[in-house]
Ligand binder design. Structure first.
Ligand SMILES: [Zn+2]
Length: 77
């Protein structure tokens, strides 16, 4: 019974949307923090991701699908 609990824990962190397609700018592979899908981000975002993991924080990245789910939950309050 911990379906919604992780959302609460993440409240202090903004989820960062990342695209699932590699582009010239976004060449660093990360994983969606919720569904573990491969995403691609630029160097700055990748550094943030590395620092979050090193610091023991949750993976802040979300694929487009998971981010929409997060938004829905946020609106429901
Ligand atoms: Zn996802």
């Amino acid at each position: 019974m911990e379906t919604t609990r992780s959302y609460v824990d993440l409240k202090h962190q903004l989820p960062i949307a990342a695209a699932s397609v590699m582009t010239d700018e976004n060449q660093h592979e990360v994983r969606c923090g919720m569904c573990a899908r491969e995403l691609y981000v630029d160097e700055d975002s990748y550094r943030l991701y590395s620092e979050a993991l090193i610091s023991g924080l949750d993976n802040p990245f979300r694929c487009e699908v998971c981010r929409e789910e997060y938004d829905d939950l946020a609106y429901e309050g």
